[in-house]
Design a protein around this ligand. Structure first.
Ligand code: AMP
Ligand code: ZN
Length: 493
């Protein structure tokens, strides 16, 4: 269904600083690129917040009937320490520290990223390209920028000439910075610096002999600059100009500013129609960050194993906590906030689970269509999930009044209420009904403990026919038993 034809969706475009009506380049289609993780460590909850904001946005586009191509990359090379043009590659550094291959680092943390996102019920993107899989495309863009005269080569490295670019274009337009101010506020270059100006940024860096992640290029062995991969992968899969580019606020400058410069310098076109930026998750009022250690990992939240937490929280509770804030607002994580979200989440799920049982009347006291449109209007106003959630609770209030016999609802309205609730809660906010899954998994754990005990007794009695039967039948059901020194555990395939 092409719901988008009846809904006027407005998004906050960081480039114009305004909310704009979303008009995709090709009607009915949306191309969206979101900068993915640099896979050199486990994702923290702050990273998850940004990706969750775009998962919700992706879900809403799909619900409206758009055909969406959602590209979210994996940064597996080129991202140097401190987001600068100097220092070690974050992945190489970790590989050296652990004495493993860089690609082992990449594999380990890509798997962690996927497993974590799956727990939070993310939809997979349409394409998940890697920087190392697109070295050739990146080299081609550098050649184009060199040809157009916006870059220069020095000693096997290639730098983007920001001052030259700014003569004909506007460097700083996304982040609201003026190049003159940047120039006035930066240090002088030293004799060792290869750059003509401190604002210039690397497109290609020469690899010193000890640098393990290296590729041949027309300028010698080296590796691409961090900003280039996103230009290469977004244009390859979405075209030279595409609809939406997203990422965390902290990527606006320099990363996204440099992406605009690279695309405009090579193709002469502004690459993106709408720039969307998600705001930061903070802890103790400070940005969660890998480098400062001010962060909390999803696994700690799910196990409750962190001093700031009084208990463990289910992934859906955390997702509900995130969705209660607008994606452009700062959100601070605390145990109190999670406790409150858990209560809210349970109230929402109880309300939804109760719809089925409410009895039908001849009339409705609650205008379901008007309420449904209010839910759409909240989402159409730059994905205002907190207002949407307030509307959902408005419906829960009516459901409770119907249960108490103080209001009534017709059969048709009840079906519409149930469908609309499920669309917004499950499909758009991505909230699973984990109160049910928790009960199921408690029951499974109980049954498995019993079976493992029976098998242990059979083995102790040398009744191997029974112990093998238990193991084999469980295997056939997709449940693997694993005997370890601390006893037997199980996993479900
Ligand atoms: P990185 O792996 O460091 O490249 O970051 C991956 C994504 O997480 C980027 O879009 C960042 O903007 C985002 N990010 C990093 N820290 C936070 C935070 N504290 N809150 C929300 N998003 C964040
Ligand atoms: Zn990027």
């Amino acid at each position: 269904m092409q719901l988008y034809k009846n809904q006027d969706l407005r998004v906050y475009n960081s480039l114009s600083g305004k909310k704009e009506v979303l008009k995709p380049i090709n009607e009915g289609h949306i191309g969206m690129y979101v900068c993915g993780p640099t896979v050199y460590s486990n994702v923290h909850l702050g990273n998850c917040r940004t990706f969750m904001s775009f998962d919700m946005i992706f879900r809403y586009f799909r619900h409206l009937g758009f055909k969406v191509r959602y590209v979210r990359n994996i940064t597996d090379a080129g991202h140097l320490e401190n987001d600068s043009d100097d220092g070690e590659d974050k992945i190489s550094k970790k590989a050296k520290l652990e004495q493993i291959e860089p690609m082992e680092v990449v594999q380990r943390y890509t798997v962690d990223f996927h497993e974590t996102l799956q727990k939070f019920n993310f939809l997979p993107p349409s394409i998940e390209p890697t920087a190392t899989g697109h070295i050739i495309e990146q080299i081609e863009i550098i050649k184009e920028i060199l040809e157009k005269g916006y870059a220069y080569e020095v000693n096997g490295s290639v730098y983007f000439d920001v001052l030259k670019f700014n003569e004909t274009n506007e460097y700083g337009k996304l982040s609201g910075r003026k190049l003159e101010d940047m120039v006035a506020n930066t240090r002088e270059l030293t004799a060792q610096d290869e750059k003509r100006n401190p604002q210039d940024f690397a497109l290609w860096k020469k690899a010193e002999p000890q640098h393990i992640m290296r590729w041949p290029s027309p300028w010698g062995d080296g590796f691409p600059g961090w900003h280039l991969e996103c230009t290469a992968m977004s244009t390859k899969y979405l075209g030279e100009t595409f609809d939406i580019h997203g990422g965390g606020m902290d990527l606006k400058f320099p990363h996204h500013e440099c992406e605009i410069a690279q695309a405009e310098a090579s193709r002469g076109k502004s690459p993106v129609k709408y720039w969307l930026h998600a705001n930061m998750l903070t802890l103790n009022g400070k940005k969660m960050s890998k480098s400062t250690g001010n962060n909390i990992y999803p696994s700690e939240i799910f196990s409750g194993d962190n001093d700031i937490l009084s208990k463990a929280y289910a992934p859906s509770v955390v997702r509900f906590f995130m969705m209660q804030a607008h994606y452009t607002s700062i959100l601070d994580l605390s145990d109190d906030a999670l406790l409150a979200s858990e209560k809210g989440y349970n109230r929402l799920m109880d309300g939804i689970n109760g719809i089925e049982k409410i009895s039908i009347g001849a009339t409705s006291d609650f205008d379901i269509r008007a309420w449904q449109q209010k839910c759409y209007e909240a989402m159409n106003d730059d994905f205002n999930t907190p207002i949407l959630i307030a509307n959902l609770f408005e419906a829960i209030k009516h459901i409770n009044l119907i249960k108490e016999g103080k209001e009534s609802i017709t059969q048709e309205d009840k079906a519409l209420l149930q469908k609309t609730m499920s669309n917004f809660v499950h499909d758009i906010l991505g909230l699973e009904n984990q109160s049910n899954t928790k009960d199921d998994s408690n029951a499974l754990n109980g049954v498995m403990d019993l079976l493992i005990e029976l098998r242990n007794e059979a083995r102790a009695n040398k009744d191997f026919a029974t112990s093998d039967k238990i193991r084999d039948e469980l295997t056939a059901l997709g449940i693997q038993l694993k005997d370890g020194k601390d006893g037997t555990t199980f996993s479900v395939n």
